[in-house]
Design a protein around this ligand. Sequence first.
Ligand SMILES: O=C(O)CCC(=O)C(=O)O
Ligand SMILES: [Fe+2]
Length: 323
Amino acid sequence: MALCYFDANIPRQDFEEMVLKQNTLCKFGRWISENWACFRDWFDDGEFETSRMLAYFGDIEVPVTICDDHGPYDSTKITTKMSQFLNELKAGVSTKYLKDWHFCEAVKSTADVFDLPEFFSCDWLNDCLIDQGKQDYRFLYCGGADTWTPFHVDVFCSYSWSVNITGHKTWLFLSSEHLSEAEKMNPPNDIRKHSHLMKNAIQVEQGPGEAIFVPSTWFHQVCNRGITVSINHNWFNAYNIHHVFTLLKSDLDLITHEISFLKDAMGDGYDDHCQVLLRANSGFNFDELKQVLEFAAENEKYGEFQQSKASRYLDKVKDVLSG
Ligand SMILES: O=C(O)CCC(=O)C(=O)O
Ligand SMILES: [Fe+2]
């Protein structure tokens, strides 16, 4: 099955078996977010109101990417005042895409905006980071008709989920078996220009209130159709920890291979330096993964299956760290 669609609630156990265990692309109907506070507070008579976001967040500096004709590039990442961003968005002239904003830092309580859907709630990564008071992977995205996210695989092969508060997104998905090793290392920005990739791509439309679950290791690109605001999380647990571990290990092997000539000269500092480089290259390293796994292994709310998997991977991570 290319895309699994849930138009009504299902038992969580079924979701875990069908989706998390099998790493299946899926979409959920509006029911998944129908009680979120933002659907009351950020709307007036059923119309999305940028003035509400302005009132809540107007003074805050937010990260934006500029999407020009050549596509959005990291080099065009800047920050801007939310008030300026929203004014330009409303005027319809903006190619700025507000992305990867850690918006939970800016709200008194996340329940004033959204409730974590139960299906996505076994989230070792964000639970641990929130517990440690560190920056998490819970984001708000906001952009107009000309904004989009280029073809990519998610950070350290995590899962992601996304719900539109308002607007529509068109997603193009490709499972990694359809890409060559060279394309995986250096994916094209826009697969619409590559017919050999497009022929296997799965197109999914996402409307207001609907959720998309992005499986680990699946490549995707996303286009906003008119003003679109969404909440997106990256996360992992027992069902995809093997993808996270394998990716970090192969990235670390590449780094140690590249700088092996420094090993003797650096002595004890060499292994730590490799972890610093891994953090810079992959967004995460084995010291951080160890902390997440310690947290998950000890946390009874996750249950026996999740905890024992975390313990098993904790041992593997300790082996990596002890060389
Ligand atoms: O909505 C977007 O522009 C990108 C979303 C995305 O890549 C994700 O949620 O993994
Ligand atoms: Fe993504």
